[in-house]
Design a protein around this ligand. Structure first.
Ligand SMILES: CCCCCCCCCCCCCC(=O)SCCNC(=O)CCNC(=O)[C@H](O)C(C)(C)COP(=O)(O)OP(=O)(O)OC[C@H]1O[C@@H](n2cnc3c(N)ncnc32)[C@H](O)[C@@H]1OP(=O)(O)O
Length: 448
């Protein structure tokens, strides 16, 4: 993981938008978040524990916050095809772009439905703002409920995502109004923590993660400016360099099925127990949602895009599920390009392997046992990602993106991922703990 540098009250993340004088946060400095550490002038340590005195939903204002005149709140029913399409259009025209305005996220309607209807979601955390006169949707913010474990503590939290204000309404302080409104609705359910990620630094990050990109379609990525053609290199050589085999190699590697849900749940929970901060996925219905729903199908003649792709390894002898590996599909619009209008990007999602838990030799001391387990895991993850690349390429993806978190450093270099210019900052809110969590946000481009 890349740690951000905190220097003289400036946080430098290496990308243009990531640098801001931290004293300037008019909104965030009023909020119950840990304020930024400053080695020279401010606090240098944040103590674990509640920031605000504990409250109850009875202490929360019952009415929505005040919007500027001419605008009104509008609850979005994301399961309603028309309303989902309105959010899709707002985001596809106004959501996250890279610094050079070459690429913009193009979340599909199916993706939005998948991401916002996870088990336990609250429909009234899907909040829109419309122009009163025309009814046009011009802003959005959303949350879902997630269970988070930080070391030994597990608690309910909101995961906030898809904050978006129409380009024509930017810099009018609408974002703080949206954030306060989602906070109010979350608090009404007696939840007081939230997690979210951003491509900018706001008080206070608990971790920074860098995007890495595995090129699967060199001619296109070079053509659209996502990847550079290194000096002295030809496209043909680049194609050879990034070629992947045509079939998965691990015996028993196959698409995940409904009947795998209990085993995958047990495997993933065990694997994630090794980390200090994770979503718990305590219920099998969550496993089913996150790994099996959103599969592409034709409904009433309309093609539904496949969102999540999950694969398992079924041991050919025992028939037990030993491994999981997955990605989700999140295309980006390629702006201002004559030939290509879409970058088909796959994003590495969760993976797990039981090789880390295999018993070692009886004579091994603890350190040897751990070193051997780590090596087994490294070999296995490389094999799994190698097979996932085959799936992604055969399905027509141009690139597989991954972050520098979890066990990803065990395979990023070997599987030929290149460092990107995008960073993801993970942030907690009202939270007692420093958290690290992965999210759905990136800005991107391969820089090395
Ligand atoms: C317990 C429950 C709690 C629940 C809530 C938890 C918190 C959730 C927090 C949200 C998690 C979202 C997770 C995602 O979805 S991250 C994705 C964010 N979306 C985009 O980047 C899409 C393109 N950009 C836009 O639509 C707008 O630029 C947005 C809407 C981002 C800001 O609109 P605009 O540009 O017109 O600005 P303003 O004049 O209204 O407001 C300026 C204030 O807003 C602060 N700002 C700017 N960007 C972000 C950002 N990404 N997270 C938090 N704060 C942000 C900024 O520092 C400034 O405050 P301060 O610096 O002066 O103090």
């Amino acid at each position: 993981m890349d740690l951000m540098k905190i220097l003289d009250g400036q946080v430098a993340l290496g990308n243009k938008s990531g640098t801001k004088n931290l004293g300037e946060h008019k909104f965030w400095k009023t909020q119950p978040v840990p304020q930024l550490l400053n080695a020279l002038t401010g606090p240098t340590e944040i103590k674990e524990g509640p920031i605000d005195p504990p409250k109850t939903p009875a202490d929360v204002r019952q009415e929505p916050g005040q919007l500027p005149s001419g605008f009104e709140w509008s609850l979005i029913d994301i399961t309603n095809e028309e309303q989902c399409k309105e959010v899709y259009i707002l985001l596809s025209e106004n959501y996250v772009e890279d610094d050079d305005a070459m690429f913009r996220f193009n979340y599909s309607k199916e993706f939005l439905l998948w991401a916002l209807t996870a088990p336990g979601y609250y429909p009234d955390w899907h909040i829109g703002v419309r122009v009163v006169k025309t009814g046009k949707l011009v802003a959005f913010i959303s949350g879902i409920k997630v269970d988070i474990r930080v070391r030994a503590n597990t608690f309910d939290a909101a995961e906030i995502n898809f904050l978006c204000v129409h380009k024509k309404l930017r810099s009018k302080r609408l974002a703080p109004v949206l954030i306060k409104e989602v906070t109010r609705r979350v608090n009404l359910t007696n939840i007081w923590q939230a997690i979210y990620t951003a491509g900018v630094v706001i008080p206070t990050p608990i971790g920074t993660s860098r995007y890495y990109h595995r090129n699967l379609n060199p001619p296109k990525l070079v053509d659209i400016g996502f990847a550079a053609l290194p000096r002295g290199m030809t496209i043909a050589r680049l194609v050879r360099q990034y070629a992947v085999s045509s079939h998965p190699r691990i015996p028993g590697f196959r698409e995940m099925m409904q009947s795998d849900v209990p085993q995958v749940g047990a495997l993933l929970r065990r694997y994630l127990s090794r980390f200090e901060v994770t979503q718990t996925f305590a219920k099998d219905e969550e496993i089913e949602h996150w790994f099996l729903s959103g599969h592409g199908r034709d409904v009433d003649g309309e093609r539904k895009e496949q969102v999540v792709w999950a694969y398992v390894v079924e041991d050919p002898t025992t028939h037990l599920v030993t491994d999981l590996v997955s990605f989700y599909s999140l295309p980006s619009t390629v702006m201002k390009h004559k030939k290509h209008n879409l970058l088909n990007a796959a994003y590495l999602f969760y993976y797990a392997s039981d090789v880390i838990f295999s018993p070692g030799g009886s004579s091994d001391d603890a350190a040897t046992h751990e070193a051997k387990a780590k090596q087994r895991l490294e070999e296995r993850l490389n094999a799994l990602i190698n097979d996932l690349l085959v799936i992604a390429q055969n399905a027509g993806f141009d690139v597989l993106n991954a972050l520098t978190l979890g066990d990803n450093n065990m395979f990023l270099n070997e599987q030929k991922f290149g460092a990107g210019d995008g960073f993801l900052v993970s942030i907690t809110w009202f939270v007692n703990w420093w958290l690290l969590i992965s999210g759905f946000l990136s800005s991107h481009r391969i820089v090395s």
